[in-house]
Design a protein around this ligand. Sequence first.
Ligand code: SF4
Length: 94
Amino acid sequence: MTTTARLPKPNSEEWAWQLRAACRDLRTAHFFHPENERGGKRVERERRAKRVCRRCPVIAQCREHALRTREPYGVWGGLGEQERRGLLGGRAAR
Ligand code: SF4
């Protein structure tokens, strides 16, 4: 079950960086996989999403938000789900 308890409170200072996001006008389907998406389709969709992230002016803020709140799904800050899990595992080990 998804919970929002891990997310920052709804004040504008916590979320203002999203107003400058390169993905702001794109469909969320570019960044979040549909149910049962696997293999090459998933790899290609993530590759396209990460291409958008590379030119995003708030990639650092987005990545830090995703790691801090342990976003479980989608591409955030140029990182996919497994990449974030790997980084969080490394942080926990230190
Ligand atoms: S880094 Fe990627 S996911 Fe994050 S706000 Fe920018 S474009 Fe969107």
